[in-house]
Design a protein around this ligand. Structure first.
Ligand SMILES: Cc1cc2nc3c(=O)[nH]c(=O)nc-3n(C[C@H](O)[C@H](O)[C@H](O)COP(=O)(O)OP(=O)(O)OC[C@H]3O[C@@H](n4cnc5c(N)ncnc54)[C@H](O)[C@@H]3O)c2cc1C
Length: 614
């Protein structure tokens, strides 16, 4: 029977997470002395709610390391051919590539979280005896046609056939139901909170007239979309590209399209879930790759687009996002951990966590284990990896090591690196964000209001959207508005007075300090704002909330306005940072300076080639 979750339940869930972290949560899982690493049969992190993502208990050891805590080498009772630090898609891919070449190798993967996959995180909810699946992090194989051959081949090797998503993803459902994109205007900027539906689907005059903007701003918005004007007349295509690359989108809209300040504010946070900065830091040229020039104004006639992102639909999505990629990798590495043999049957198969780290197995994935020191032995013939697990330091010896964690953490873990390489690694400040999943018993309010996505102009959550309509294997998407669904809400810390990586450092701190109750408050407040017109009441219409907090989220990517020009590939900080160091190589998406699966896989392939040839 469906159980109504009360506010008290949410708060209790959070208190359990925080309280447990103070008491070292692993003692609860492993007992006071973790003499075996094998997880118990009922260990199942996807079912956990409350604060997930980088959950409490996953980050404290590494932060203590950064603050100067050190651990002496622990008991050395295991030896491996390869130790991989980081069990995200990159670390798991590295294990896969290495084992392809060395089938009898002994490999250990260490990860500080209670689940594998890194950003590839699965969230599950039980509703009416059925499991609803959601993505807590990386959501889609975006534009697979642009993937490197090595990444595509690996995806195919583990059973992913991207073409099948053309059948599994219902591209027409929301359009056929007439569901549109809406904007929730904020009180501070526009004097009133107001939801206006039909962005991009109604005539612009009609849409603009309903907004709480001034009549000048309304007229400007209409003009920006309907006036077929080249705003950079007289320039060649190459000159336009150069200009639009050196100008922010905000400046372009203000100085060339001459839009009212209220319209500029409407777009200021539009790309927060993608670039994680305001539009005053995003080069105008980037907008073409983001919205095809169609949903954001001003560029369509100035620089008509040719190919690229947008040509391929955004449909390559498993119900748990790319957590399925991580699960399929684990199936390939440890077949007994995930029953079945196809991408379809993997979706609902229950992962047996007790198979990940079994005594005597050649390939072991050890969760809840933070690497704190990775150094060559005195004779340089091996690498000693010290990690903290269940509150105790332990050391394993490895012939080779791959760091598939975060670039910025590596200098603290590998103290022998040169200053130049440390600086290259530290350049990558990861971008903080959260993906919050909100379970509702039905999505009738969206259907009644004829909306699928709400963008909030200036609020805690930047957006709420319906789940992606994808069904495969035994898993069926909630196609009827009367079925339960996990809504997706995205929050990105925003600072209007700091730019560049400093804002991400500040955002990271802010995220870690934000209690679950704050996330919950904004979920309730913003859903009520958006949906109360159709009778939605957050007090009775929310059954569960899971906040996936990624204090270290997207890899840094060098596409923002303040990124310097580099004279050559080898001058790029991330290229300097990822150079092999003795028996240690560096994988992870940071090493490619690109927040995507392709980078995670391709960088692990390179790192494996390095350790094989060194
Ligand atoms: C919210 C979100 C949405 C995204 N959406 C997409 C998307 O739709 N499509 C896409 O292609 N990409 C997306 N990405 C980018 C995503 O980061 C990459 O695609 C990819 O999953 C990164 O894999 P990785 O293995 O390099 O890093 P991670 O997934 O970060 O894995 C690294 C692992 O190493 C662990 N680690 C760090 N330090 C230590 C230590 N000292 N000891 C042990 N373990 C450690 C980390 O905790 C983590 O588990 C998204 C990212 C985020 C955060």
């Amino acid at each position: 029977m469906k159980r109504k979750i009360t506010r008290r339940d949410f708060l209790n869930g959070t208190q359990v997470a925080i309280g447990a972290s103070l008491l070292s949560p692993w003692t609860e899982v492993f007992g006071a002395d973790a003499s075996t690493f094998t997880l118990p049969p009922d260990y199942y992190p996807p079912a956990k709610a409350g604060l997930r993502g980088s959950h409490d208990g996953s980050w404290e050891t590494m932060h203590a390391r950064v603050a100067g805590t050190s651990w002496p080498a622990g008991p050395m009772d295991e030896k491996y051919d390869l130790v991989i630090v980081g069990g995200g898609i990159s670390g798991l891919s590295a294990a896969h590539f290495y084992r392809e070449e060395r089938p009898s190798a002994r490999i250990l993967v260490l990860d500080n979280h209670d689940d594998f996959g890194g950003h590839a995180k699965r969230n599950e909810f039980q509703v009416n005896g059925k499991t609803r699946i959601a993505y807590g992090g990386t959501e889609s194989i975006d534009t697979p046609s642009g993937y490197s051959a090595v990444s595509m081949a690996m995806l195919e090797d583990i059973g992913v056939d991207v073409q099948k998503f053309y059948d599994y993803f219902d591209q027409d459902l929301y359009d056929d139901m007439g569901l549109s994109y809406a904007i929730a205007f904020d009180q501070q900027t526009y004097g009133t909170r107001k939801l206006v539906a039909g962005y991009g689907s109604r005539p612009w005059q009609e849409f603009a007239a309903e907004t709480p903007m001034s009549s000048k701003a309304q007229a400007d918005l209409v003009r920006a979309f309907t006036d077929e004007r080249d705003y950079l007349p007289g320039l060649s295509r190459a000159e336009k590209v150069a200009k639009l690359s050196s100008l922010s989108y905000r400046s372009y809209l203000r100085d060339y399209v001459k839009l009212d300040e209220q319209v500029l504010e409407m777009y200021q946070r539009w790309g927060m879930s993608y670039w994680c900065v305001g539009m005053d830091e995003v080069p105008a040229i980037d907008i073409l790759g983001y919205s095809d020039g169609g949903t954001m104004p001003g560029l369509g006639q100035t620089l008509p687009r040719k190919g690229g992102r947008g040509v391929e639909p955004y449909i390559f999505h498993f119900p748990d996002g790319n957590a399925s990629v991580a699960r399929l990798l684990v199936r390939r590495l440890i077949p007994e951990a995930l029953p079945g043999s196809t991408m379809e049957d993997s979706v609902t198969a229950r992962l047996d966590y007790s198979a990940l780290d079994r005594e005597g197995a050649k390939l072991r994935i050890r969760l809840n284990s933070t690497a704190v020191n990775v150094t060559h032995t005195a004779d340089s013939k091996a690498v000693d990896v010290t990690y903290v697990h269940a509150g105790k330091a332990r050391t394993v010896r490895a012939a080779k090591c791959i760091m598939a964690c975060y670039n910025s953490a590596i200098p603290y873990i590998c103290p022998d690196l040169s200053e130049k390489q440390r600086a290259g690694l530290a350049y990558n400040v990861k971008v903080p964000l959260t993906y919050t999943k909100v379970m509702v018993p039905n999505w009738r309010a969206f259907a009644d209001l004829a909306i699928r996505f709400v963008y909030f102009t200036n609020d805690f959550y930047k957006q709420v959207e319906l789940d992606y309509p994808v069904s495969l294997g035994d898993y069926e998407f909630a196609a009827s508005p009367d079925e339960p669904m996990a809504l997706h809400m995205c929050h990105v810390p925003y600072f209007d007075d700091i730019q560049g990586p400093e804002q991400w450092r500040a955002g990271r701190r802010q995220l870690l300090e934000t209690p679950f109750s704050t996330f919950e408050h904004h979920v309730r407040d913003q859903l009520d704002q958006a949906l109360s017109g159709a009778g939605f009441d957050a007090d009775k219409d929310i059954t569960a909330i899971t906040v996936n907090r990624w204090a270290h989220g997207y890899a840094y990517s060098p596409d923002l306005l303040w990124e310097p020009e580099y004279e050559s590939e080898t001058d790029k900080p991330w290229v300097i940072g990822r150079q092999p160091f003795g028996r240690i190589s560096i994988a992870n998406s940071d090493a490619g300076a690109a927040a995507n699966t392709d980078s995670a896989i391709a960088q692990s392939y390179r790192a494996v080639r390095e350790v094989l040839s060194s």
